[in-house]
Ligand binder design. Structure first.
Ligand code: NDP
Length: 494
């Protein structure tokens, strides 16, 4: 018999079979509060360790993760259904980010002298970035190691403690990540996991002891999380998915572009925030590109090349988008019959109206729309015409044109002649604009996201005859200041 004191639990399931792979506690608001309180204590200890010791501990954690690569990948495989090879790949990428964050935290965040300006020559100006305390990480299920680690590694390297709420679909992965961390940092609960459903995440977002929330998931939930954070003025970094476009220029390497479009759209069953969902192809090469794409797609099957749809409710979204796109456009690969739960085979549809859900809303399935455009200008205009702005891809034989397009695409990241490559480069920031969210994980910006700048101005000596910030200032001293400013800043450049 269940008593009031026994915690409620939930099961995590294998999405391919429905089998129970684990049972986890539903952390209630009190449990979340306890974790945040313990995290606050741990954060002070962790911050005191300093950059060098934290680096040593995080590199040790990296080694522990690497030695347990197969166990981590197996757990991802069980909870998401993705092939073990893909699970290994995502864990390897997470390890490279952990390595980069550990090695670069001091140079990005540590104290540095900055030039105080000519008027402040008697001052020493120091800038450094201090940790925020406890970071609440609310993670998704599609890349349950790679995506949250983009926040966790950078937050820890910056000197914060972390309380991680994994998606209810992948709690076992979250628990394992924290258990392995404790091998490298056994003394204090610097990295904790609270498992549960949406309410557990809501309790974390609403807790006043949290220094910042790093959220990955849907735009709708990000808004709810922001509203909860607003009560305590808790800042948030939000990564909310996208509707990424791939542009094929007239001189692009078409086999490479087709290969990238297909993999970008269908790998991980299309459940990738920076997955390719739309393709715009310049008229001259449209037919040749479509031939390359459809030929390659003919061999690709769900269950063989990629796994099932992890979240059952997503099947309804995919079906709605495919039904509408097929009815209003022309299916060239697959169709409504491709949705065969829990699997979805590749679906490629052309001539889909721009206002259809398959063009405007995140599908999160192995589907793409392909459209003919007059030139890259039209491709750019249509690529930029959704509320989202996360990633984008350009295939072009002309470097200048490709760089120009990359800059003008309304996205946080753009890959040229490759797909999703920016996510694997730890020194590049990752995040979106518009409906895709704001703030950045990864790279130097990702480290600064989990820190607050601290400015220190130390007077080295009193500037003779320049008592500017004193009631004893004389008119002559003010006059001297005006003469100096006029000399330094008063001349107009020809
Ligand atoms: P959600 O945005 O609902 O969930 C993301 C995370 O937020 C999960 O950990 C979830 O917990 C948690 N959460 C849910 N409600 C709250 C709340 N009120 N306060 C705080 N945290 C909360 O996404 P779904 O998993 O339901 O997926 C829905 C859609 O989101 C997908 O179809 C896809 O389009 C998009 N998505 C985008 C991702 C990306 O990479 N940007 C990743 C995942 C999804 P719990 O799982 O326990 O509900």
């Amino acid at each position: 018999m269940t008593t009031a004191t026994e915690p409620r639990t939930f099961d995590s399931l294998d999405p391919a079979t429905g089998a129970v792979v684990g049972t986890h506690v539903i952390a209630d608001a009190a449990a979340v509060a306890a974790a945040v309180a313990a995290g606050g204590e741990a954060a002070r200890w962790w911050a005191e360790l300093g950059f060098a010791e934290r680096r040593r501990r995080l590199l040790d954690y990296k080694a522990v993760l690497t030695r347990n690569l197969r166990q981590v990948a197996d757990t991802i495989h069980q909870e998401t259904g993705k092939p073990v090879g893909d699970a290994l790949l995502e864990t390897v990428l997470a390890i490279t980010h952990l390595d980069w964050a550990a090695r670069n935290a001091r140079s990005v965040l540590g104290p540095r002298r900055v030039f105080p300006g000519l008027i402040g020559l008697n001052m020493a100006a120091t800038l450094e970035y201090l940790p925020l305390g406890v970071i609440g990480v609310i993670g998704p299920w599609n890349y349950p190691v790679f995506t949250p680690m983009g926040s966790i590694a950078y937050a820890l390297a910056a000197g914060n403690a972390v309380v991680f709420k994994p998606s209810e679909l992948t709690p076992g992965v979250g628990v394992l990540l924290a258990e392995l961390f404790a091998e490298s940092v056994p003394e204090r609960p610097v990295f904790q996991v609270v498992t549960g459903l949406g309410e557990t995440g809501a309790a974390l977002a609403a807790h006043p002891g949290v220094g910042k929330i790093a959220f990955t998931g849907s735009t709708a939930t990000a808004k709810r999380v922001m509203a909860a954070c607003a009560q305590n003025l808790t800042p948030i970094v939000a990564e909310c998915g996208g509707k990424d476009a791939l542009i094929v220029d007239r001189d692009a390497d078409l086999p490479a572009a087709a290969d990238a479009a297909l993999w970008g759209a269908c790998s991980n069953a299309g459940q990738t925030c920076v997955g390719v969902e739309r393709v715009y192809v310049v008229d001259e090469v449209y037919d040749a590109f479509l031939r390359e794409l459809t030929t390659r797609a003919a061999d690709i099957r769900a269950g063989k090349d990629y796994g099932p749809i992890t979240m059952p409710a997503q099947l309804d979204v995919i079906r709605r988008h495919v039904d509408d796109a097929v009815a209003r456009g022309r299916a060239v690969v697959g169709g409504v019959e491709s949705v065969r739960p829990p699997y979805v085979d590749p679906v490629i549809v052309t001539d889909v109206p721009e206002d259809s859900p398959a063009v405007q809303e995140e599908t999160f399935g192995p589907t793409i729309t392909v459209d003919r455009v007059a030139d890259v200008g039209e491709a750019l205009r249509r690529a930029n015409a959704t509320a989202y702005g996360l990633g984008a891809t350009v295939f072009s034989g002309n470097r200048r044109r490709a760089m120009d397009l990359a800059r003008r695409l309304r996205s946080g990241m753009t890959a040229i002649n490759s797909v999703i490559s920016f996510a694997a480069i730890a020194s590049l920031p990752f995040g979106g604009v518009g409906g895709s969210g704001f703030g950045r994980i990864h790279g130097a910006d990702g480290l600064r996201e989990f820190a607050r700048p601290k400015a220190i101005a130390r007077q080295r000596f009193a500037m003779p005859g320049m008592r500017i910030t004193s009631f004893r200032r004389t008119p002559a001293e003010l006059e001297r200041l005006i003469r100096l400013v006029t000399f330094l800043h008063g001349r107009r450049k020809k």
